[in-house]
Design a binder for this molecule. Structure first.
Ligand SMILES: *Cc1c(COP(=O)(O)O)cnc(C)c1O
Length: 391
């Protein structure tokens, strides 16, 4: 299917789907590790790459290929490689783009495990890493070295929903000969398409909104074919590839992504506006609010604010824990991107390994609560928070 003429909602439902000889309407799950050939000559041609076709599911698998093609259409990317998780997508990106001795500049406000991957593990293998503020462009410019290969950002950031100007960041990266990678997990292609804004690489944890119902782990790396070639080379050799079953779950998730992201966003905006009016709430962080410092930028590059709302409750950790413990319906978990609304206390969970000083410097206070707003009725979500906020 040629993708350019269709709207994103249609691409989510239709792009990438290929039907087998049986004529199934829902995509098939090809649970097979290897593929068979008609003859020894055909086997040789497949292995040699003279004849296209599947060989082994670490290399390609038809269900995984359908997922890759659908996500590539949605992100307007030339090529997509699927991975076993969001973290293996980030690892594959770095393994494909960088070598020992190269330098990467990384936003300090990225997913906690991403900080560990860059700051501890990849550093041990000879990668130079500088962490800078997501929103201070001068820090990025100052961090650049002659060996800088990659800029890595996540926007909006977790948990404070800071927004980075993707086009400005891409311009700066390209001026210095580096590539810009954007972790697009919080928005998904339904709300933000970084490649259209100038980014070279898009990263996904499919575990979150692409699944949308908290079932499977997966990830993806997308970009131009020549950039993705070594990323794919790493994956087919080292093996953190996506399973066919998970790819099928994500294919179904992409069919409803647009609808779900619209619903997550409108619930989140209503909740953020309501929280702002609560006397026991000191501050609300949500890009869709007029009070967000980068509201205009956010609405220029995102279709809407997304599903993540954070806020400071008055009274620090005790008040935050009381609020969380007073809920009856919300799921107390650090996961996000689920139909079920989740609530978490970043200072003692996702960011507990960060020192209190570094936490304070990045604005993550002891009274901060993060809600990944789900698809329940907004009045029921508010009702579950009322008693804790009044306490
Ligand atoms: C969850 C997450 C990841 C890691 O993804 P996994 O699928 O858990 O490996 C990376 N980036 C962001 C922004 C995430 O939220």
């Amino acid at each position: 299917m040629s993708t350019s003429a269709f709207h994103p909602e249609t691409l989510g439902v239709r792009a990438g789907s290929v039907h087998s000889e049986f004529g199934e309407n829902s995509e098939a799950i090809f649970l097979t590790s290897s593929f068979v050939y008609d003859s020894a000559a055909q086997a040789a041609a497949r292995f040699g790459g003279q004849e296209p076709g599947n060989v082994y599911s670490r290399f390609t698998n038809p269900t995984v290929t359908m997922f890759q093609d659908k996500l590539a259409a949605l992100e307007q990317a030339e090529f997509c490689v699927a991975t076993a998780s969001g973290m293996s997508a980030i690892l594959a990106c770095v393994m494909g783009v960088c070598s020992a001795g190269d330098h990467v500049v990384v936003s300090r406000s990225v997913f906690g495990t991403t900080v560990q991957l860059f700051g501890n593990i990849l550093k041990r293998w000879g990668l130079e890493v500088t962490f800078v503020s997501l929103t201070t462009e001068a820090e990025w410019a100052a961090a650049v070295q002659p060996n800088t290969k990659l800029f890595f950002v996540e926007t909006p950031s977790n948990p404070l929903t800071e927004v980075c100007d993707i086009t400005a960041m891409a311009t700066l990266a390209h001026k210095t000969g580096a590539l810009l990678a954007v972790d697009n997990c919080f928005c998904s292609p339904a709300l933000q398409r970084p490649i259209e804004l100038g980014a070279d690489i898009v990263i996904h944890s499919a575990t979150k909104y692409i699944d949308g119902q908290g079932r499977c782990l997966g990830g993806a790396v997308l970009g131009k074919k020549d950039i993705m070639e070594p990323v794919y080379g790493f994956l087919r050799t080292a093996g953190p590839t996506m399973s066919a079953f998970n790819a099928w779950v994500f294919l179904k998730g992409l069919e409803t992504l647009s609808l779900r992201m619209g619903a997550h966003s409108s619930n989140a905006l209503a909740l953020a506006q309501w929280l702002e009016a609560q006397p026991t709430v000191a501050r609300v962080y949500y890009p869709g609010l007029a009070s967000h410092p980068q509201h205009d930028l956010a609405l220029r590059q995102q279709k809407s604010g997304g599903g993540i709302v954070s806020f400071d409750v008055k009274g620090g950790k005790d008040a935050a824990w009381r609020l969380i413990d007073a809920t009856r319906m919300l799921s107390i978990t650090a996961n996000l991107g689920d139909a079920k609304t989740t609530i978490t206390h970043p200072a003692t969970t996702t960011h507990s390994r960060v020192t209190p000083e570094a936490r304070a410097a990045s604005g993550i206070g002891d009274g901060l609560v993060r809600i990944a707003v789900g698809l329940e009725h907004i009045d029921d979500i508010k009702a579950d928070l009322v008693s804790g906020l009044r306490a």
